[in-house]
Design a protein around this ligand. Structure first.
Ligand code: C2E
Ligand code: MG
Ligand code: MG
Ligand code: MG
Length: 286
């Protein structure tokens, strides 16, 4: 019946589309209120030295606890915020919160903050970052910015100027999700990245298919000759870690080394590894 009644099908899709649009608008509206209502927080995931497993930095990941829907994934609401322009106040909140929390950490680890393309196009981004750093008291050397290739396409001149300015401030630059986008190798030559993050899709294939291992090896070789650090994302198994260690991949991040946790738990859960004596010794004054 559906096949004959083309109109019915059409209406069905239209209704479904309307519903999706409605849901989007509702979510967007809720997101605007989420900051004021305290529904957002940051979770931090350790980025570790591959050999010692010691945490050297941590990535700030946005979390939204929606009053009705529960945990909403950033993979869902960050793109929405990007399209609506709300990413700017949201991104500022992330930056302020990450810097303020990292300034209180017991160990001067770096904090990595994700910056989306729309935020990057914000004309006063540099001023905002400088202001946030100053207010939080976090030295710029303790901040790292993770950007994706999408940001480098098109506006290359402006992007280059901005990235250089950030680097001059002492902020480290990381190229996120490497290998998934356009991956023009010329980006690595043109832009002053300190670090490349190999996307988790390649890490997942380690020990499974030869192609993933070949790509990981190639990125490692490339980064070595360009003087960049590599972080392998999404390390979940000892086998993956072992392969990365045997290939001299300097840094790893993933559930195996630590899941994203609130700032207060980041050092608590890892205290035994950071300070081996911590368990048997009384806590040192802060
Ligand atoms: P991303 O920057 O590539 O972050 C890595 C994602 O992989 C995170 O997902 C993290 O929780 C997840 N992950 C880490 N280790 C593992 C693992 O071993 N296995 C698996 N399966 N996943 C792992 P999350 O937190 O859901 O974030 C998704 C994306 O949302 C991020 O990808 C980033 O693009 C975006 N995002 C998150 N927070 C922010 C933010 O504050 N600002 C902006 N602009 N984007 C953000
Ligand atoms: Mg990231
Ligand atoms: Mg990534
Ligand atoms: Mg990603």
């Amino acid at each position: 019946r559906a096949k004959r009644d083309g109109r019915g099908i059409h209406c069905f899709f239209e209704a479904a589309l309307d519903q999706r649009l409605m849901q989007r608008r509702t979510l967007e509206r809720d997101l605007r209120m989420a900051i004021e209502r305290g529904e957002l927080h940051l979770a931090y995931q350790p980025q570790c030295d591959t050999r010692t497993r010691e945490m050297v930095s941590a990535e700030a990941l946005l979390r939204w606890n929606h009053p009705q829907r529960g945990a909403v994934s950033p993979a869902e609401f960050v793109p929405l915020a990007e399209e609506s322009g709300f990413i700017r106040p949201l991104g500022r909140w992330v930056l302020e919160t990450a810097c303020a929390e990292a300034a209180k950490w017991p160990i001067p680890c770096r904090v990595a903050v994700n910056i989306s393309p729309a935020q990057f196009r914000q004309p006063d981004l540099l001023a905002v970052i400088a202001q946030v750093l100053e207010r939080s008291g976090l030295p710029p050397q303790r901040l790292k910015m993770e950007v994706t290739e999408g940001l480098l396409i098109g506006e290359t001149e402006r992007a280059l100027t901005l990235l250089r300015a950030l680097k001059d401030m002492g902020i480290a630059l990381s190229l996120d999700d490497f290998g998934t986008g356009y991956s023009s190798l010329s980006y690595l030559r043109r832009f002053p990245f300190d670090e490349i993050k190999i996307d988790q899709s390649f890490v997942r294939g380690l020990g499974q298919d030869v192609e993933s291992a070949a790509i990981v090896e190639a990125v490692l070789a490339l980064s070595r000759s360009l003087g960049m650090i590599v972080v392998a994302e999404g390390v979940e198994t000892e086998q993956q870690l072992e392969i990365l260690r045997s290939r001299n991949c300097p840094r790893v991040q993933g559930y195996l080394l630590g899941r994203p946790v609130p700032s207060a738990d980041l050092f608590r859960s890892r205290s035994a590894e950071l300070v081996p004596e911590a368990v048997s010794q009384p806590a040192a004054p802060a």
